[in-house]
Design a binder for this molecule. Structure first.
Ligand SMILES: [Fe+2]
Ligand SMILES: [Fe+2]
Length: 250
């Protein structure tokens, strides 16, 4: 049952629509990554898991499309272009592959698991809870895929090339204004409303909290374990935790 508060429902529709696009992009990204893994000679089970992840994301996109429509939103058009390669230009091919896996799985998928776990703690029942459980179970596997690829590359030392890029990966996994102080406006106010939880959307302050916790407790220790220097990421996060003054954007 969807509450009648139109700004909240519209906010939820936007959130599910956005997720639908993210899932579609992930579907294409995992399909491409599976090919890269196979060509680089990574273990077959990892290639298989990556292909399966792509299929999972296709299902997630359909699920998110349904939820978008249920909230009165319009499903986005399917992407026509392949997703942009995540690594900046100039890295060797092996590091481009690892960058993609670390950014998409270790950072983004682990972040999604954090968000979904928080939502599951708040959404009481019904089809929304079932949808969130499906998403959470799959995203946990996708996150593990990244950690397994990082471990498989440990001996080669490829992870050492990624340390300075982890801040960019973290920044790309959140909305640009997550750490900016709220500015008054109907949209942001709706984005802060705790009633959003019932619609499967984390209010901003909670998203911030979940992101910081997931990053410090799971992502950064895991990356360090995989041979990635996490001091640039720690510095990046520290800067964000110092309450920024109004107007300070970066
Ligand atoms: Fe997904
Ligand atoms: Fe995923």
């Amino acid at each position: 049952v969807i509450p009648a508060d139109p700004p909240l429902v519209a906010q939820a529709a936007r959130a599910w629509r956005f997720r639908c696009g993210v899932e579609r992009e992930a579907e294409a990204r995992f399909a491409r990554l599976a090919g890269w893994l196979a060509r680089a000679g990574l273990p077959g089970p990892l290639v298989e898991l990556c292909r399966r992840s792509s299929a999972d994301e296709g299902r997630h996109a359909r699920l998110c499309a349904e939820l978008t429509e249920r909230h009165g939103g319009e499903v986005p058009a399917p992407p026509v272009e392949p997703p942009a390669v995540l690594a900046p230009a100039g890295l060797p091919p092996r590091a481009v592959l690892l960058y993609e896996a670390v950014a998409a799985c270790c950072v983004t998928e682990t972040g999604s698991v954090g968000v979904l776990t928080a939502l599951l703690g708040a959404v009481r029942g019904g089809s929304l809870r079932r949808a969130l459980r499906t998403l959470a179970a799959d995203e946990v596997r996708h996150s593990r895929l990244g950690w397994a690829i990082l471990a498989a590359e440990r001996e080669r030392g490829t992870g050492a090339l990624l340390g300075e890029h982890v801040p960019a990966m973290l920044a790309a996994s959140i909305e640009p204004d997550l750490f900016r102080p709220g500015v008054p406006g109907p949209e942001l106010d709706a984005g802060e409303d705790p009633a959003l939880l019932e619609l499967g959307v984390l209010p901003r302050s909670l998203r911030r909290e979940v992101f910081v916790r997931t990053t410090t407790e799971v992502v950064l220790p895991g990356l360090e374990e995989g041979g990635v220097d996490i001091s640039p990421a720690r510095a990046w996060l520290r800067e964000r935790l110092v309450a920024p003054g109004p107007g300070k954007s970066e």
